[in-house]
Design a protein around this ligand. Structure first.
Ligand SMILES: [Zn+2]
Length: 110
């Protein structure tokens, strides 16, 4: 970053913008897998790891317990994709901020 000329930084920024996932396709949190024992006498789950997997979206906020939303099987792949999009969006925004800060330090055109 430090040794790259300003036009290179701006080109990198343009390239990052093009890689931004669609802002509507994001989810924050993490996908959790759960196996549950049903408690019915004689069910094979009593000795195994339980029924499942069932999926939950776990969302944490500072100072609160994480919230768990059940995710139906048909949504799991899309939820994975949206979670990845959110992470990628954060990385891209962070790198753009770093570029802008560097341009500012050099008194270059933002
Ligand atoms: Zn069972």
């Amino acid at each position: 970053m430090r040794d790259r000329p300003a036009p290179t930084l701006r080109r990198r920024r343009t390239s990052l913008l093009r890689q931004l996932p669609a802002p509507r396709a994001i989810l924050r949190g993490s996908l959790i897998e759960r196996y549950k024992r049903c408690g019915k006498p004689g069910c094979k789950c009593a000795t195994g790891r339980g029924h499942g997997p069932k999926y939950y979206l776990s969302i944490s906020r500072s100072g609160e317990h994480p919230q768990m939303d059940y995710v139906p099987q048909g949504y799991v792949e899309q939820v994975r994709e949206y979670l990845a999009n959110y992470q990628r969006t954060r990385e891209i925004l962070e790198e753009i901020c770093t570029i802008n800060r560097e341009l500012l330090r050099r008194r270059e055109r933002l």
